[in-house]
Design a protein. Sequence first.
Length: 478
Amino acid sequence: MTALTPMSLTQPDWAERSRQAVWHPCTQMKVHERFPPRAIVAAEGPWLIDDQGHRILDAVSSWWVNLFGHNFGPIREVITDQLGKLDHIMLAGLTHPPVVELSERLADLTGLGHAFYASDGASATEIALKMSAHSWRNLGQPEKHQFIGLQGGYHGETAGALSVTDIPLFREAYAPLLRLSATLPSPDPRHAAAGVSAEAHTQAAIDALAAYLAEHHTRTAALILEPLVQGAAGMAMYAPDYLVAVRELCDRYAVHWIADEIAVGFGRTGTLFAHQQARRADGSGVKPDFICLSKGLTGGVLPLSAVLTTDAVYVAFYDDRTVHGFLHSHSYTGNPLACRAALAVLDTFAARDADGHDVLSRNRVVAERFTQLTAPLRAHPRVKATRHLGMIWAWDIDTAEPTFAARYHRAALDAGLLLRPIGSTLYVMPPYVLTESDQRALAEGLVRVLDQVLAEIDALPVSSVSNAVPATDAVRMA
Ligand SMILES: *Cc1c(COP(=O)(O)O)cnc(C)c1O
């Protein structure tokens, strides 16, 4: 036991006390011996303020959750209001207005009319997987219980979610605990073989899925994927056409399609939900069988996740027999404060300003300007690939140095920017409320820090490079 020392009581060294008492997520704690965590004591809009009074621009939206900046008035107000009415109740046998309203509005927005709640993204993945397999069982097809994930896919880190996540670093130690899913090729065009076009690569991924389903559909419950952007794979962006093919193939072979919109939902990719960008030849849209939501659902303020599903899935459970019900629960399911925050998020998306602009159209203006401001990065001699969709930008940096991400993260913090590259992919996923001067500061800082870190790496003695951690040490680590 480490007791609080008199020193720590008189002088709150949050970083050191955190190092002693808090086990930080996705962190090799020993790294904090040399690089202690930064203590943040306040936040306003896209800015974080540390205990030394430094201002840090939150360019990754606090792990992709924040939409409208920190301390956003409309969310703060509804939570305060709800706190005076009803804080929390169990959702079994009871219900409350915020959860009913939120479910109705999510149904209107997605066409999936049944909402089940949890508190984090990984739990939403678990729920979707369990619901899918259980629904087939209830329908007399218990052998349909296998899942398909995509190469580089990320769906959370609880045991079930990890079994459909293709990030070896996160999975390896737990392999004996997991029942791994099938991993099929990603349409990410960066995987295309030399001389193969992005279109041909997408088609090859579709063909691989078709071939797998033709053989294994009788044992397959669902395919889970991140629509349009595979975040943890390094902001891999792929064509919406792939999703049209997924819908057709899943229909043909009676396999559920689970759209994990945990990171890409709520305007990140330019539409409210990413799968809405997929269009059939006749212009009609495609609808998943399950949609998982979290992260931006509450604007990044309170933990909440939801799984939305179809009448067909719901009806498979609707029965006189208890065991045919979906007997899954979390204590904080449908928390009223979190539901109110989510309703405020939906209100914010629905609102128009005096010029008739809504959040999505204002984001298009921000995105166009920020894309222009980052032109020097796109033209940088060490930038290999530039990608952009909605409010996500990514650049692959030409470096084999495994410590690039960690070095960049630390140098950026010193420069007043919160950025956590994934491997050698530098990316920006900012709150939607960046002013023009915030955007300039970010765009300039991105290049300045890149040059500084590359100079640092280029000056390394050759031997120190080979001793470093592997490059896959990447996803959420820095
Ligand atoms: C973050 C994320 C999850 C997991 O959500 P947690 O709340 O961190 O458990 C699942 N899927 C995707 C696509 C994510 O980005």
